[in-house]
Write a protein that binds this ligand. Structure first.
Ligand SMILES: *Cc1c(COP(=O)(O)O)cnc(C)c1O
Length: 378
Protein backbone atom coordinates (compact mmCIF):
# COMPACT_ATOMS: atom_id res chain seq x y z
CA UNK A 1 0.00 0.00 0.00
CA UNK A 2 1.29 3.48 -0.71
CA UNK A 3 1.54 5.93 2.14
CA UNK A 4 -1.36 8.14 1.00
CA UNK A 5 -3.49 5.02 0.68
CA UNK A 6 -2.57 4.06 4.25
CA UNK A 7 -3.50 7.51 5.50
CA UNK A 8 -6.86 7.30 3.82
CA UNK A 9 -7.33 3.88 5.35
CA UNK A 10 -7.33 5.57 8.75
CA UNK A 11 -10.34 7.65 7.83
CA UNK A 12 -12.36 4.74 6.43
CA UNK A 13 -10.90 1.32 7.25
CA UNK A 14 -11.05 -1.05 4.28
CA UNK A 15 -13.23 -4.15 4.67
CA UNK A 16 -10.29 -6.47 5.34
CA UNK A 17 -9.51 -4.63 8.57
CA UNK A 18 -12.76 -5.79 10.12
CA UNK A 19 -12.57 -9.25 8.53
CA UNK A 20 -9.05 -9.85 9.83
CA UNK A 21 -8.52 -7.80 12.97
CA UNK A 22 -4.87 -7.24 13.88
CA UNK A 23 -4.88 -9.81 16.63
CA UNK A 24 -1.30 -9.25 17.70
CA UNK A 25 -2.03 -5.73 18.82
CA UNK A 26 -2.53 -5.28 22.58
CA UNK A 27 -6.22 -5.44 23.37
CA UNK A 28 -6.17 -2.06 25.09
CA UNK A 29 -4.77 -0.50 21.90
CA UNK A 30 -7.47 -1.72 19.56
CA UNK A 31 -9.78 1.21 20.17
CA UNK A 32 -7.03 3.80 20.35
CA UNK A 33 -7.29 6.37 17.57
CA UNK A 34 -3.77 7.46 16.63
CA UNK A 35 -2.86 11.12 16.25
CA UNK A 36 -4.02 12.46 12.90
CA UNK A 37 -1.42 14.93 11.60
CA UNK A 38 -2.22 17.73 9.16
CA UNK A 39 -1.67 16.95 5.47
CA UNK A 40 1.97 17.02 4.37
CA UNK A 41 2.00 17.32 0.59
CA UNK A 42 5.04 16.08 -1.31
CA UNK A 43 7.79 18.68 -1.69
CA UNK A 44 7.17 19.07 -5.42
CA UNK A 45 3.47 19.82 -5.00
CA UNK A 46 2.95 23.55 -5.09
CA UNK A 47 0.58 24.44 -2.31
CA UNK A 48 0.24 27.30 0.11
CA UNK A 49 0.72 25.36 3.31
CA UNK A 50 -0.96 27.05 6.25
CA UNK A 51 -2.15 23.92 8.06
CA UNK A 52 0.59 22.71 10.44
CA UNK A 53 2.06 25.88 11.98
CA UNK A 54 5.48 25.56 10.44
CA UNK A 55 7.66 28.67 10.30
CA UNK A 56 7.40 29.95 6.70
CA UNK A 57 11.04 31.08 6.65
CA UNK A 58 14.10 28.81 6.26
CA UNK A 59 16.36 27.88 9.20
CA UNK A 60 19.18 30.38 9.79
CA UNK A 61 22.32 30.25 7.62
CA UNK A 62 24.55 29.13 10.51
CA UNK A 63 22.40 26.03 10.97
CA UNK A 64 22.65 25.12 7.29
CA UNK A 65 26.43 25.62 7.41
CA UNK A 66 26.73 23.41 10.50
CA UNK A 67 24.72 20.76 8.67
CA UNK A 68 27.13 20.86 5.71
CA UNK A 69 30.08 20.49 8.12
CA UNK A 70 28.89 17.43 10.06
CA UNK A 71 31.99 15.20 10.21
CA UNK A 72 31.74 11.51 9.33
CA UNK A 73 32.82 10.61 12.86
CA UNK A 74 29.78 12.33 14.28
CA UNK A 75 27.72 9.77 12.38
CA UNK A 76 29.99 6.78 12.97
CA UNK A 77 29.92 7.19 16.75
CA UNK A 78 27.01 7.21 19.15
CA UNK A 79 25.94 10.75 20.00
CA UNK A 80 26.60 12.30 23.42
CA UNK A 81 23.91 10.44 25.39
CA UNK A 82 22.66 13.44 27.39
CA UNK A 83 23.26 16.10 24.69
CA UNK A 84 25.47 17.94 27.19
CA UNK A 85 26.66 20.65 24.83
CA UNK A 86 23.09 21.57 24.01
CA UNK A 87 22.03 21.46 27.67
CA UNK A 88 24.85 23.81 28.63
CA UNK A 89 23.87 26.24 25.84
CA UNK A 90 20.18 26.13 26.73
CA UNK A 91 20.88 26.54 30.45
CA UNK A 92 23.00 29.61 29.76
CA UNK A 93 20.31 31.17 27.59
CA UNK A 94 17.54 30.56 30.11
CA UNK A 95 19.65 31.38 33.16
CA UNK A 96 19.25 27.87 34.58
CA UNK A 97 21.71 25.05 35.25
CA UNK A 98 22.20 22.16 32.77
CA UNK A 99 20.58 19.72 35.22
CA UNK A 100 17.35 21.67 34.75
CA UNK A 101 17.40 20.90 31.00
CA UNK A 102 16.57 17.74 29.02
CA UNK A 103 16.93 17.45 25.23
CA UNK A 104 14.20 15.49 23.45
CA UNK A 105 13.40 14.13 20.01
CA UNK A 106 10.79 16.79 19.28
CA UNK A 107 8.63 18.31 21.99
CA UNK A 108 6.22 15.41 21.52
CA UNK A 109 8.77 13.11 23.13
CA UNK A 110 8.72 15.22 26.30
CA UNK A 111 4.95 14.74 26.56
CA UNK A 112 5.43 11.00 26.40
CA UNK A 113 8.35 11.06 28.85
CA UNK A 114 6.38 13.15 31.31
CA UNK A 115 3.59 10.59 31.25
CA UNK A 116 5.84 7.59 31.72
CA UNK A 117 7.77 9.40 34.48
CA UNK A 118 4.98 11.01 36.50
CA UNK A 119 1.82 8.96 35.84
CA UNK A 120 1.24 5.42 37.07
CA UNK A 121 -0.51 3.48 34.29
CA UNK A 122 -4.24 3.95 34.63
CA UNK A 123 -4.06 7.13 36.69
CA UNK A 124 -5.72 10.21 35.18
CA UNK A 125 -4.03 12.88 33.08
CA UNK A 126 -5.37 16.44 33.16
CA UNK A 127 -6.05 18.38 29.97
CA UNK A 128 -7.92 21.54 29.16
CA UNK A 129 -10.35 21.28 26.28
CA UNK A 130 -9.93 22.02 23.51
CA UNK A 131 -6.17 21.74 23.12
CA UNK A 132 -3.46 19.71 21.37
CA UNK A 133 -5.12 16.49 20.22
CA UNK A 134 -1.98 14.43 20.89
CA UNK A 135 -2.52 14.65 24.69
CA UNK A 136 -5.48 12.23 24.83
CA UNK A 137 -3.75 9.86 22.41
CA UNK A 138 -0.71 9.63 24.69
CA UNK A 139 -2.95 9.22 27.73
CA UNK A 140 -4.70 6.26 26.15
CA UNK A 141 -1.33 4.60 25.43
CA UNK A 142 -0.67 4.78 29.18
CA UNK A 143 -4.10 3.28 29.86
CA UNK A 144 -4.93 6.55 31.56
CA UNK A 145 -8.29 8.28 31.48
CA UNK A 146 -8.25 11.94 30.48
CA UNK A 147 -9.50 14.32 33.13
CA UNK A 148 -10.78 17.05 30.84
CA UNK A 149 -11.58 20.56 32.03
CA UNK A 150 -13.41 22.80 29.57
CA UNK A 151 -11.75 26.17 28.99
CA UNK A 152 -13.88 29.29 29.40
CA UNK A 153 -15.43 30.89 26.29
CA UNK A 154 -12.39 33.20 25.97
CA UNK A 155 -10.18 30.07 26.19
CA UNK A 156 -8.90 30.99 29.65
CA UNK A 157 -8.40 28.48 32.47
CA UNK A 158 -11.36 28.29 34.87
CA UNK A 159 -10.69 29.56 38.42
CA UNK A 160 -11.47 26.27 40.11
CA UNK A 161 -9.23 24.17 37.82
CA UNK A 162 -6.60 23.27 40.44
CA UNK A 163 -9.23 22.33 42.99
CA UNK A 164 -10.92 19.98 40.52
CA UNK A 165 -7.66 18.42 39.35
CA UNK A 166 -6.52 17.87 42.94
CA UNK A 167 -9.86 16.33 43.91
CA UNK A 168 -9.47 13.88 41.00
CA UNK A 169 -5.87 13.15 42.16
CA UNK A 170 -4.41 14.04 38.78
CA UNK A 171 -0.62 13.55 38.87
CA UNK A 172 0.13 15.39 35.60
CA UNK A 173 -1.72 18.18 33.77
CA UNK A 174 -0.97 19.56 30.30
CA UNK A 175 -1.47 23.26 29.71
CA UNK A 176 -0.61 24.63 26.27
CA UNK A 177 0.37 28.32 26.44
CA UNK A 178 0.02 30.21 24.13
CA UNK A 179 -3.09 28.13 23.76
CA UNK A 180 -3.56 25.91 20.72
CA UNK A 181 -5.68 26.12 18.66
CA UNK A 182 -6.75 29.66 19.66
CA UNK A 183 -3.35 31.35 20.10
CA UNK A 184 -4.46 33.18 23.25
CA UNK A 185 -1.88 33.76 25.98
CA UNK A 186 -2.37 33.08 29.69
CA UNK A 187 -0.24 35.56 31.68
CA UNK A 188 2.63 34.06 33.70
CA UNK A 189 0.97 35.18 36.95
CA UNK A 190 -2.03 32.98 36.16
CA UNK A 191 0.12 29.99 35.26
CA UNK A 192 1.90 30.56 38.58
CA UNK A 193 -1.39 30.62 40.45
CA UNK A 194 -2.35 27.29 38.88
CA UNK A 195 1.07 25.73 39.58
CA UNK A 196 1.01 26.89 43.21
CA UNK A 197 -2.40 25.34 43.79
CA UNK A 198 -1.78 22.03 41.98
CA UNK A 199 -0.74 18.88 43.83
CA UNK A 200 0.57 17.26 40.66
CA UNK A 201 3.02 18.24 37.92
CA UNK A 202 2.05 21.05 35.54
CA UNK A 203 3.55 20.65 32.07
CA UNK A 204 3.36 24.00 30.31
CA UNK A 205 3.58 23.31 26.59
CA UNK A 206 5.30 26.41 25.19
CA UNK A 207 5.57 25.18 21.60
CA UNK A 208 4.58 28.65 20.33
CA UNK A 209 6.09 30.91 22.97
CA UNK A 210 8.68 32.38 20.58
CA UNK A 211 5.93 34.25 18.75
CA UNK A 212 4.65 36.12 21.81
CA UNK A 213 4.93 39.90 21.50
CA UNK A 214 8.07 41.07 23.36
CA UNK A 215 5.92 43.89 24.81
CA UNK A 216 4.18 41.29 26.93
CA UNK A 217 7.47 40.49 28.71
CA UNK A 218 6.21 36.92 28.98
CA UNK A 219 8.85 34.66 30.59
CA UNK A 220 7.70 31.45 32.22
CA UNK A 221 11.23 30.22 32.98
CA UNK A 222 10.93 32.06 36.30
CA UNK A 223 8.37 29.41 37.23
CA UNK A 224 11.03 26.72 36.89
CA UNK A 225 13.09 28.48 39.56
CA UNK A 226 10.08 29.07 41.75
CA UNK A 227 8.11 25.81 41.60
CA UNK A 228 9.18 22.21 41.90
CA UNK A 229 6.19 20.95 39.87
CA UNK A 230 6.50 23.05 36.68
CA UNK A 231 7.92 21.52 33.52
CA UNK A 232 8.22 23.73 30.44
CA UNK A 233 8.19 22.26 26.93
CA UNK A 234 10.11 24.09 24.22
CA UNK A 235 10.58 23.05 20.61
CA UNK A 236 12.75 24.12 17.69
CA UNK A 237 10.03 22.99 15.27
CA UNK A 238 8.09 26.25 15.09
CA UNK A 239 10.23 29.19 16.20
CA UNK A 240 13.45 27.89 14.68
CA UNK A 241 12.06 26.49 11.39
CA UNK A 242 13.33 22.99 12.27
CA UNK A 243 10.22 20.81 12.37
CA UNK A 244 11.97 18.27 10.15
CA UNK A 245 14.94 17.98 12.54
CA UNK A 246 12.84 16.73 15.49
CA UNK A 247 14.34 18.57 18.42
CA UNK A 248 12.82 20.02 21.56
CA UNK A 249 13.71 20.40 25.21
CA UNK A 250 12.27 20.48 28.67
CA UNK A 251 13.06 22.93 31.48
CA UNK A 252 12.20 22.04 35.05
CA UNK A 253 13.31 21.47 38.59
CA UNK A 254 16.12 18.92 38.95
CA UNK A 255 13.63 16.64 40.71
CA UNK A 256 11.53 16.50 37.53
CA UNK A 257 14.36 16.41 34.99
CA UNK A 258 16.60 13.79 36.63
CA UNK A 259 14.27 10.76 36.43
CA UNK A 260 13.59 11.53 32.76
CA UNK A 261 17.32 11.90 32.04
CA UNK A 262 18.35 8.77 33.89
CA UNK A 263 15.39 6.39 33.59
CA UNK A 264 12.60 6.94 31.07
CA UNK A 265 14.49 8.48 28.15
CA UNK A 266 15.86 6.25 25.37
CA UNK A 267 19.62 5.93 25.77
CA UNK A 268 20.31 8.01 22.63
CA UNK A 269 17.07 9.89 22.23
CA UNK A 270 18.47 12.79 20.20
CA UNK A 271 20.77 12.10 17.27
CA UNK A 272 24.18 13.67 16.70
CA UNK A 273 23.11 15.90 13.81
CA UNK A 274 20.11 17.24 15.70
CA UNK A 275 22.22 18.00 18.79
CA UNK A 276 24.73 20.02 16.81
CA UNK A 277 22.19 21.93 14.76
CA UNK A 278 19.96 22.66 17.73
CA UNK A 279 22.89 24.11 19.66
CA UNK A 280 23.82 26.35 16.73
CA UNK A 281 20.19 27.38 16.26
CA UNK A 282 19.87 28.46 19.88
CA UNK A 283 23.16 30.32 19.79
CA UNK A 284 21.95 32.24 16.72
CA UNK A 285 18.45 32.83 18.01
CA UNK A 286 18.58 36.50 17.06
CA UNK A 287 18.31 35.36 13.45
CA UNK A 288 15.27 33.22 14.21
CA UNK A 289 13.98 36.23 16.12
CA UNK A 290 13.75 38.17 12.87
CA UNK A 291 11.35 35.55 11.51
CA UNK A 292 9.27 35.85 14.71
CA UNK A 293 9.05 39.58 14.12
CA UNK A 294 7.85 39.05 10.53
CA UNK A 295 5.27 36.53 11.70
CA UNK A 296 3.98 38.97 14.33
CA UNK A 297 3.63 41.74 11.76
CA UNK A 298 1.74 39.43 9.42
CA UNK A 299 -0.37 38.12 12.30
CA UNK A 300 -1.57 41.67 12.95
CA UNK A 301 -2.28 42.21 9.27
CA UNK A 302 -4.10 38.89 8.88
CA UNK A 303 -6.16 39.46 12.03
CA UNK A 304 -7.38 42.72 10.51
CA UNK A 305 -7.87 41.35 6.98
CA UNK A 306 -9.70 38.20 8.08
CA UNK A 307 -11.84 40.33 10.36
CA UNK A 308 -12.63 42.50 7.35
CA UNK A 309 -13.86 39.40 5.51
CA UNK A 310 -16.37 38.77 8.30
CA UNK A 311 -14.46 36.17 10.31
CA UNK A 312 -14.24 36.49 14.06
CA UNK A 313 -10.51 36.18 14.84
CA UNK A 314 -9.26 35.14 18.28
CA UNK A 315 -6.51 37.41 19.57
CA UNK A 316 -3.37 35.35 18.89
CA UNK A 317 0.11 35.45 20.39
CA UNK A 318 1.15 32.51 18.25
CA UNK A 319 2.03 31.81 14.62
CA UNK A 320 -1.55 30.98 13.69
CA UNK A 321 -5.00 32.43 14.11
CA UNK A 322 -8.26 30.67 14.89
CA UNK A 323 -11.13 32.14 12.93
CA UNK A 324 -14.83 31.58 13.43
CA UNK A 325 -16.72 31.32 10.19
CA UNK A 326 -19.84 33.53 10.07
CA UNK A 327 -22.97 31.41 9.53
CA UNK A 328 -23.65 33.13 6.19
CA UNK A 329 -20.33 31.86 4.76
CA UNK A 330 -21.31 28.22 5.06
CA UNK A 331 -19.61 25.43 6.95
CA UNK A 332 -15.99 25.72 8.08
CA UNK A 333 -15.21 22.29 6.66
CA UNK A 334 -16.68 23.25 3.30
CA UNK A 335 -14.44 26.32 3.21
CA UNK A 336 -11.42 24.21 4.14
CA UNK A 337 -12.15 21.92 1.20
CA UNK A 338 -12.78 24.80 -1.19
CA UNK A 339 -9.44 26.33 -0.19
CA UNK A 340 -7.69 23.00 -0.69
CA UNK A 341 -9.12 22.82 -4.20
CA UNK A 342 -7.46 26.21 -4.78
CA UNK A 343 -4.14 24.91 -3.45
CA UNK A 344 -4.35 26.49 0.00
CA UNK A 345 -4.19 24.19 3.04
CA UNK A 346 -5.64 25.29 6.40
CA UNK A 347 -6.72 23.14 9.35
CA UNK A 348 -10.23 22.10 10.30
CA UNK A 349 -10.84 20.18 13.55
CA UNK A 350 -13.80 17.85 13.79
CA UNK A 351 -14.10 18.48 17.54
CA UNK A 352 -16.61 20.04 19.89
CA UNK A 353 -16.38 23.87 19.95
CA UNK A 354 -14.19 23.91 16.84
CA UNK A 355 -16.53 22.81 14.06
CA UNK A 356 -17.34 26.39 13.02
CA UNK A 357 -13.67 27.37 13.03
CA UNK A 358 -10.51 27.14 10.96
CA UNK A 359 -6.95 27.36 12.22
CA UNK A 360 -4.76 29.26 9.80
CA UNK A 361 -0.98 29.35 10.08
CA UNK A 362 0.67 32.72 9.45
CA UNK A 363 2.76 32.37 6.29
CA UNK A 364 4.90 34.75 4.28
CA UNK A 365 3.14 37.94 3.07
CA UNK A 366 2.73 36.29 -0.37
CA UNK A 367 1.22 33.12 1.09
CA UNK A 368 -1.13 35.12 3.27
CA UNK A 369 -2.21 37.17 0.26
CA UNK A 370 -2.89 33.94 -1.64
CA UNK A 371 -5.11 32.76 1.22
CA UNK A 372 -7.03 36.05 1.31
CA UNK A 373 -7.50 35.95 -2.47
CA UNK A 374 -8.74 32.35 -2.31
CA UNK A 375 -11.16 33.23 0.52
CA UNK A 376 -12.55 36.19 -1.42
CA UNK A 377 -13.37 33.93 -4.37
CA UNK A 378 -14.50 30.84 -2.40
C1 LIG B 1 4.20 21.52 17.57
C2 LIG B 1 3.71 21.26 18.94
C3 LIG B 1 4.44 20.53 19.89
C4 LIG B 1 5.77 19.88 19.67
O1 LIG B 1 6.06 19.55 18.40
P1 LIG B 1 7.43 18.85 18.03
O2 LIG B 1 7.53 19.04 16.57
O3 LIG B 1 7.33 17.42 18.45
O4 LIG B 1 8.51 19.56 18.78
C5 LIG B 1 3.91 20.39 21.15
N1 LIG B 1 2.73 20.92 21.46
C6 LIG B 1 2.01 21.63 20.59
C7 LIG B 1 0.73 22.21 21.02
C8 LIG B 1 2.47 21.81 19.30
O5 LIG B 1 1.73 22.48 18.44
Amino acid sequence: MTVPALLEAREAPPAWVTLFPMVYERESLRNVQGYLPGKQPLAEQRVVKLNTNENPYPPCAAVMEALARVPADALRRYPPPLADEFRVAAARIHDLVPDQVIAVNGGDELLRLAISTFVEPGHPIGVFEPSYSLYPVLASLQGSPVYALPLASDWSVPDDAAEALNAARVPLTFLVNPHAPSGTLLPVAEVARLAAALDGVLLVDEAYVDFVDPDRAHDATMLVRRFRNVLLLRTLSKGYSLAGLRFGYGLGDVGLITPMLTKTRDSYNVDAVAQRLATVALEHRDEAGRTWQSVRAERARMTASLGGLGFDVASSQSNFVLVTVPPASGQAQTIERALEARGVLVRYFDQPRLRDKLRITIGTPEENDALLAALRTS
